[in-house]
Structure formats: C-alpha cells, structure tokens
Design a protein around this ligand. Structure first.
Ligand code: PEP
Length: 246
C-alpha cells in the first residue's frame, strides 16, 4: 500500500501563503508517497489547480451531508466533486469539540460523500481521560461502527480512516509507534470484520504531532499507512520531508 500524507491546514494560511507553499512544494515533490492537501475551503480550488500536475489531491476539512438546498454556509459534496475535489476530512476532533459533530452526523456525511465519489477521511480517537481509564478501544470501536454504519459496499480506495488520539493533536505529544500500532491493529480488525475482503486494504492514517523526526518510525509500523498532519504540514520543507522528499 502506498503511504499517504494528508495536510490539514485548519484555519491557517491566507491565499498568498497557499501560493508560496505550492510554489515551493510542487517542484520538489517526487510522489514517493501520496500527498493530499486540505486548505480552507476558500482556497481549495487554487491548491487543486497548483497541485494537479503532480497528482496532489485537494479536499476540504468539512462537508455537508446534504447535496442541495437551504443549508446556509454548508459545502455540498456534489459541488466539491464537480470542482475536482477528491476528499473530505470528517469528524476531526476539533469539529467534534467545537461544532457538535457526532459519529452519527459523521455517518450521514460519510454515506453522502461515498455516493458522490468523495473519499471521506474519517477521524476517530480518544481523549486523555478516556485513554487513562482504559477506554481507548471501546471509544474508537464505537466511533468506527457508528460512523461507518450506513456505508454499504465500497472499494478500499473509497475510504480512509485517521486515528488521531485527541491528546496528541497540536500538543507536541505523539503516541509512541507501539501505542499507535496497537490501536491501528484494532482498527484493522474492525475494518476486516465490517468489510470482508476489503478491510485489509483500507488505509489507516495516524495523526497527532507527526513531524519529520518521528514520521519514519511511525510509518514503519505494520498497520500505519500514512499520516494526517496539522502543524508540520504548514511549512513546505517539513511536509516534503514527511513525503520522503528531503
Ligand atoms: C490534526 O489536526 O489533524 C493534527 C494531527 O494536528 P498536529 O499534526 O498539529 O498534531
């Protein structure tokens, strides 16, 4: 499985920052690993356009579960697809924390995205309190089963899962490779049960303070197929290093 690095720029980078990033990143990117970028929705088409010569896919950080209608402020997966969008991050912990997103609402978005040809990058992960009370697997298992409840039949490339322990996001604390692998192995088992014959091939990304100095060890773990990256994806040099282009 080719390793995949997804940049989550969150609400950072004005348009000039996006242009400068892509001008530096694209010529040096050699596609050793796959790179996808999720800028603010406003900048999605610019990034898509600047990255297409190297097949760098662009996507968004959130999407509606509806296709059309009176949903002020939302982005339709159909419109995203029509503009050449490839993926949507769904259920990021910041959306769960600040915008009331639940695994149930995620399931509606995931279902709609898959039908419309948008790849959901579905985020799951436990808080520190949940880890300390040994609930990691039950929390992650519930998030997976609820979020993927209504997916139907899929191909492995229609879906990406991102395991992001909440306590490791933007904190500088990374799960150790062994800690991450333990949860990834559990997620793999759930996916294999839910999607027989396919679950083994669905990519599972790790997210939480992935940086150039820890990426290789994380990506060498058996069930870690790539990374979902916040902070270290904002600098072209760092994101190049994560993509294996020093
Ligand atoms: C994220 O926001 O998805 C993330 C993993 O952030 P960071 O890499 O900064 O921890």
């Amino acid at each position: 499985m080719n390793k995949l690095l997804v940049a989550n720029w969150k609400m950072n980078n004005v348009v000039l920052d996006c242009v400068r990033f892509m001008e530096e990143f694209v010529p040096k990117f050699t596609a050793k690993r796959e790179a996808w970028v999720a800028p603010q929705a406003l900048h999605f088409n610019l990034v898509r356009h600047m990255g297409e010569q190297k097949d760098i896919k662009a996507g968004v950080q959130n999407v509606s579960h509806e296709l059309f209608g009176a949903f002020t402020g939302e982005t339709s997966p159909k419109s995203l697809r029509a503009m050449g969008g490839h993926f949507a991050i769904i259920g990021h912990s910041e959306r769960r924390q600040f915008f009331g997103e639940t695994s149930k609402t995620c399931s509606l978005k995931i279902r709609t995205c898959i039908r419309e040809g948008i790849v959901p990058v579905y985020c799951v992960g436990e808080t520190l309190a949940e880890r300390e009370s040994k609930q990691t697997m039950s929390i992650v298992g519930d998030q997976l089963l609820q979020g993927l409840n209504d997916v139907g039949s899929i191909n492995p490339e229609n879906l990406v899962i991102a395991y992001e322990p909440v306590w490791a996001i933007g904190t500088g604390k990374t799960a150790s490779p062994a800690q991450a692998q333990e949860v990834h192995a559990f997620i793999r088992t759930v996916l294999k049960e839910k999607f027989p014959g396919i679950g083994a091939k669905i990519r599972i990304l790790y997210g939480g303070s992935v940086k150039p100095d820890n990426v290789e060890e994380l990506l060498s773990q058996k069930d870690i197929d790539g990374g979902l990256v916040g902070g270290a994806s904002l600098k072209a040099k760092d994101f190049l290093a994560l993509c294996g282009d020093k």
